[in-house]
Write a protein of this length. Structure first.
Length: 291
């Protein structure tokens, strides 16, 4: 929830009092969803406001992906805690999930916008895109005012005047054209290898972006953006060499759950619970975590 709150796009998303709320555009419907973890019930409550219920089953599955509800925390922790560096982080945040997305195209647009800028800067740029090209709600709901722009809307716009550098504009328009005009799909039902290959053919999309998309949109639990600046800082925070070669080598201990290892590092970087030089740990049995 903290991860989603820090990255929430103004006008499209918000996290208030432990409830995640956003607008959604689906193939045959649109509306607003609210997702709220119910700790006592060991579940996540979904509330929907849609103009048509034809996409309800699709929406429910996408919400499960968004909150990573099909993960098995005990199995993941059983691997991650064998690494003395990561073990204290896993024990401090048992059951940490990998946030997915309700829309793979939106996630990929956001990943491109977020290249080499801060989280706050990416939110600002994404909000400008939403205001300029997103369909407004007929009536605002809390702070929600727009739907995220469609691939068609982005493909047909020049995107100038939004503060985006030229290479980002090219990448965004090329991606939108691939989705709107060439049928590129960015969800968990696609062939992951083929999707990544097609993404890498788009100017301005490299390994960091495809790894991030694989992690959150394509559902690869072993996706790992080794060149990520946040991961470098997280390794430094824990007193470890932060060059890409060392990060990649160290992360081999986490396979096939490297995406979860990355999120533990990001979470600790954002709100440190474990600082440098953690003690060595022998194998720690996985914590008791409810799915």
């Amino acid at each position: 929830m903290a991860f989603l709150r820090r990255r929430a796009i103004p006008g499209v998303e918000e996290v208030v009092n432990g409830c995640y709320r956003r607008t959604v555009l689906l193939p045959g419907s649109k509306g607003i969803i609210e997702l709220e973890p119910m700790e006592q019930a060991n579940s996540v409550q979904l509330r929907v406001q849609l103009n048509d219920l034809c996409d309800l089953s699709t929406l429910v599955q996408r919400c499960r992906y968004l909150f990573d509800l099909d993960a098995v925390p005990e199995a993941i922790a059983g691997v991650l805690v064998t690494d003395p560096l990561l073990a204290p982080l896993v024990m401090a945040r048992p059951g940490l999930r990998v946030p997915g997305t309700v829309d793979g195209f939106e996630l990929t647009i956001r990943a491109i916008i977020g290249q080499q800028v801060s989280i706050a800067g990416a939110r600002t740029l994404a909000a400008r895109l939403v205001t300029a090209l997103g369909e407004p709600l007929k009536q605002p709901y809390s702070t929600l005012t727009h739907f995220f722009p469609t691939a068609y809307a982005i493909a047909q716009s020049d995107l100038h005047g939004l503060g985006l550098i030229r290479s980002r504009v090219t990448a965004l328009q090329s991606l939108a054209q691939s989705v709107a005009g060439e049928g590129l799909a960015l969800d968990r039902d696609t062939d992951q290898e083929q999707t990544i290959t097609r993404l890498l053919q788009i100017p301005g999309i490299g390994q960091w972006t495809t790894s991030y998309v694989a992690m959150r949109a394509l559902g690869d639990p072993d996706a790992f953006p080794a060149t990520d600046l946040g991961l470098r800082r997280a390794f430094e925070q824990l007193g470890q060499p932060s060059n890409t070669i060392n990060i990649e080598k160290h992360a081999e201990l986490w396979r096939p759950w490297r995406a979860y290892g990355a999120h533990h590092l990001w979470a600790n970087l954002a709100a440190p619970l474990i600082l440098a030089n953690p003690p060595d740990h022998p194998y720690i049995s996985s914590p008791s975590v409810s799915t």
